[in-house]
Design a protein around this ligand. Structure first.
Ligand SMILES: C[S@@+](CC[C@H](N)C(=O)[O-])C[C@H]1O[C@@H](n2cnc3c(N)ncnc32)[C@H](O)[C@@H]1O
Length: 304
């Protein structure tokens, strides 16, 4: 399902940040940039490169900076591909859902993926990757690491999203606005009382740095402050839109946790690559911020 990612790439966060891993700093992490630079620098500029589950093109931008010009990005979300093509006009963008791709056998000299192909069921995706790489070509990926820093961050964010949903803040806020609109003082007072606990929860989440909670806090404060300026359907639409965003945010965090690979999963990926005629390197744990904070698996393979 691409819904949770479409919501991200078309929504506020995707447009603002252009990075898929809000809070982890993937877009600007020098260790990650260095990993890709080491792979891209030795390539010839005419190498055909595909980034699978490319998002808005974080890795493609590094490839371009290294002088590679034949670049393709593939992602399940049309919103991601639109963002990619807005950022990088010369890149071919393809909307497709791994493990299936429209690419021909051996179409690419190098396939890369950063926190991407593992969302599609890593074994099947690895089989497809081995198919589309040409003899003499290679595969390089940073993949979610079960129990690693990003996995833990996603677990913490999922927990906060659950707290926000369970607080029913957005539902009770609707009651407040509806009562105010109906000029029903009794219902209004009751709704304001009912909002007291959910509001405390929202404030705590906002104080803890949850961007979505801050956004909801600021938006509702503005509307509460000037009730007469807002039509009820607009207010309800805004609250429902934010409820949908919280749900999609939670599914995205859970999708990231589900995608995280164990050592066993990584061994299976190696087997799929081998079966597809590739020679995988020993997978490694990528911990540019120290061994206590592993971020990813590095998965690399070449095709003789
Ligand atoms: C964590 S983001 C990483 C994006 C990008 N590689 C980056 O590092 O910024 C995961 C990406 O995988 C994409 N994705 C999820 N499932 C997919 C699938 N089955 N096929 C292709 N792309 C997928 C999402 O749309 C999203 O852009």
């Amino acid at each position: 399902m691409s819904t949770e990612w479409d919501n991200y790439w078309q929504g506020r966060s995707g447009v603002r940040a252009g990075a898929a891993l809000d809070g982890v700093g993937v877009e600007t992490h020098t260790g990650i940039a260095g990993f890709w630079d080491d792979i891209f620098t030795p390539l010839t500029p005419t190498s055909k490169l595909v980034d699978l589950a490319c998002g808005a093109g974080t890795v493609l931008r590094r490839a371009q900076a290294a002088g590679i010009s034949d670049l393709t990005g593939a992602d399940i979300s049309s919103g991601a591909i639109t963002a990619l093509q807005t950022n990088m006009q010369d890149v071919q963008g393809v909307v497709c859902a791994l493990p299936k791709t429209p690419f021909t056998n051996g179409q690419f000299d190098i396939a890369v993926s950063q926190f991407g192909f593992e969302y599609a069921g890593a074994y099947d995706a690895a089989t497809e990757i081995a198919r589309i790489i040409a003899p003499g070509g290679q595969f390089a990926a940073l993949a979610h690491y079960k129990g690693g820093a990003i996995d833990k961050e996603c677990a913490a964010k999922s927990a906060k999203a659950h707290v926000l949903i369970d607080s029913r803040y957005l539902d009770v806020a609707k009651d407040v606005f509806a009562a105010a609109n109906a000029q029903d003082q009794v219902s209004y007072n009751a709704a304001i009382t009912a909002l007291s606990e959910p509001r405390k929860t929202l404030d705590e989440l906002a104080r803890s740095g949850m961007a979505l909670a801050k956004h909801i806090q600021a938006g509702t404060a503005q509307m509460f402050g000037r009730l007469q300026n807002y039509a009820l359907p607009d207010v309800i639409g805004w609250l429902d839109g934010n409820a949908a965003e919280v749900t999609a945010y939670l599914s995205r965090m859970e999708a990231m946790q589900n995608a995280a690979l164990s050592a066993d999963d990584v061994a299976k990926i190696g087997a799929a690559l081998r079966k597809g005629g590739m020679a995988p390197l020993e997978p490694d744990v990528f911990a540019p911020d120290g061994d206590a904070k592993p971020i990813a698996w590095t998965i690399r393979a070449s095709k003789p």
